[in-house]
Design a binder for this molecule. Structure first.
Ligand code: TXE
Length: 505
């Protein structure tokens, strides 16, 4: 298998003459497994076949789980030190950088996102792998030397075991980087199942990890149907933990399936994230960030700021600024260097987003810009759409649309703003805009969300954890918490002198 190594960083940006043929990666081998069928993925922007995958079966799940189990129970990965694991992760990061163009091109061809963005995500991922390598060495427990003369307490961390890793199609390589190197840093082994739409870069990564010296069975990658393979992974008795990123709906199924053997769970699910703008904010800076927050990745982003809550006195002014900026966003051909927003990733999803736009109109919200599909021979491009006069009960204000659709709702005072911000079953992220320190910090405290940005949006690095409150998820990724998440704590009590007898006291 040579998915990436034929492609160095000098290759040209072009559609492939033939789709790339991928196999699955099980127990250190490239294999078709028991797959009888294959799935072809076409570039959503061009409708040209770009990748062919094996459609994995339940038998393949068994093979992959057995390999990961063997590698965890008997292989060197969990037993060798953090320095050894860090070495493999660092070599992987180096190989990602070396093959960043091939990875970025595959990502763009499968997702429809602009090439400049894919490059940023691939290099950003390499940075996360480097950070996680450090965590492999920093991971440690605790000691209690204050339990009296004869008792010493130790708290040790152990890897959870075999982790099932189910990832979505919106940031295939980046979301993988927020999880996989942390799981590996902890000493766990993995059965990964990327989205059936965008499995390419996960398989390319497996090839790079093989070159980086990853032992056999530590990472296994299956491709195929989510409802078949994802469900089987979530149910499997030999898997100790599942990390799932995707819709809240499927997250709920994963939770139910994991109950069989009481698996540990990490879930990162949907969001309906508020951008809360107070009247004293820098409205130009806020407008730019609001446009970025809703257009980035064509709105197919779990932390996109899709609900603009604005103080009534500046509502009109801010709406005008947002619409003026949206008109300048460069939307179209993802392989062109200057493009900022590419194609929607899937036809079914485009229909879903258009359905929400229709629903917003029917509910009585007012379209102030956008609202239509952009004509194109092949690509699925959507005008960024802004709805004003949105009430909190409307479906477009409540459900995750996962497209470039912004709703605007005005508030009258701080309490009203906080009530609106928290009036959602989600709690993934929020942005707050104010020049007043007290307003900003009070809002930061009161909004129930796993990530809060003050006077910026969608910024940061792997040092800080990410994850959601409420129905946006369970657990945290990245940061030191991101590796601790994949460990179990063990409390050890060591008697250091004679124990006081109980029977013959
Ligand atoms: O997600 P799914 P979809 C949200 C967003 C989007 C909606 C639907 O609102 O519009 O989800 O997207 C695998 N057991 N997000 O349908 O189905 C599937 O193969 C286990 C938010 O693509 O949740 C894929 O690998 N796994 C999100 C992964 O789950 C199953 C990112 C996600 O697919 C499964 C993506 C099952 N029964 C979508 N069925 C975010 N927070 O970033 C499918 N899968």
């Amino acid at each position: 298998m040579l998915f990436v190594k034929n492609n160095d960083n000098t290759q040209r940006l072009a559609l492939p003459a033939q789709p790339r043929q991928f196999e699955m990666f099980i127990d250190g081998q490239w294999t078709r497994g028991a797959a009888l069928k294959q799935v072809t993925r076409s570039s959503p922007a061009h409708q040209v076949p770009v990748s062919v995958y094996q459609s994995g079966t339940l038998d393949d799940v068994e093979q992959a789980v057995a390999a990961a189990r063997r590698a965890f129970d008997h292989g060197p990965w969990a037993k060798s030190g953090g320095a050894y694991r860090a070495g493999v992760l660092l070599r992987t990061a180096e190989l990602i950088r070396q093959h960043s163009e091939a990875l970025a091109l595959c990502e763009t061809l499968e997702t429809g996102k602009p090439i400049s963005q894919s490059r940023g995500e691939v290099l950003g991922a390499a940075d996360i792998w480097e950070y996680a390598a450090g965590q492999a060495r920093a991971l440690h427990g605790d000691a209690f030397n204050n339990l009296g003369d004869s008792l010493l307490g130790l708290v040790t961390r152990e890897p959870v075991g075999v982790v099932g890793l189910i990832t979505p199609w919106n940031f295939p390589f980046f979301i993988l980087a927020e999880r996989l190197p942390f799981i590996l840093a902890s000493g766990c082994t993995v059965v990964a199942k990327p989205s059936e739409l965008t499995s390419g870069t996960t398989l390319m990564l497996a090839e790079l990890m093989q070159e980086a010296g990853l032992p056999q069975g530590v990472l296994n990658v299956l491709t195929g149907s989510g409802s078949l393979l994802g469900q089987a992974i979530s149910e499997h008795a030999e898997i100790d933990m599942v990390s799932f990123t995707g819709s809240t709906e499927v997250g709920r199924l994963t939770m139910a399936a994991a109950a069989g053997n009481m698996k540990k769970l990490g879930l990162e699910l949907g969001g309906k994230n508020p951008q809360v703008v107070f009247a004293d904010a820098d409205l130009d800076a806020a407008a730019d960030a609001i446009v970025f927050g809703i257009c980035f990745n064509a709105g197919q982003c779990c932390v996109s700021g899709s609900r603009l809550l604005v103080e009534r006195s500046v509502e009109q002014a801010l709406t005008e600024k947002v619409c003026a900026l949206i008109g300048k966003v460069r939307i179209g051909e993802p392989l062109e260097e200057g493009t900022q927003v590419g194609s929607i990733t899937e036809a079914r999803h485009l229909e879903r987003v258009l359905g929400y736009i229709e629903q917003g109109r029917r509910e009585g919200a007012r379209v102030v810009c956008g609202g239509q599909r952009i004509e194109s021979a092949t690509g699925m491009y959507l005008q960024p759409t802004v709805f004003a006069d949105v009430t909190p009960q409307m479906v477009i204000a409540r459900e995750e649309i996962f497209g470039p659709v912004l709703t605007i709702t005005a508030f009258d005072d701080f309490e009203h703003a906080m009530a609106l911000a928290n009036d959602t079953p989600f709690g993934l992220a929020a942005s707050i805009w104010s020049r007043d320190l007290q307003t900003a910090l009070q809002a930061m405290r009161q909004i129930k969300a796993g990530r809060v940005w003050v006077n910026t949006t969608i910024a940061g690095g792997p040092e800080l954890p990410s994850g959601g409150f409420k129905q946006s998820g369970i657990g945290r990724e990245t940061g030191r918490y991101g590796v601790e998440e994949y460990t179990e704590l063990k409390s050890v009590h060591v008697q250091m002198g004679a124990r006081t007898p109980w029977v013959n006291a």
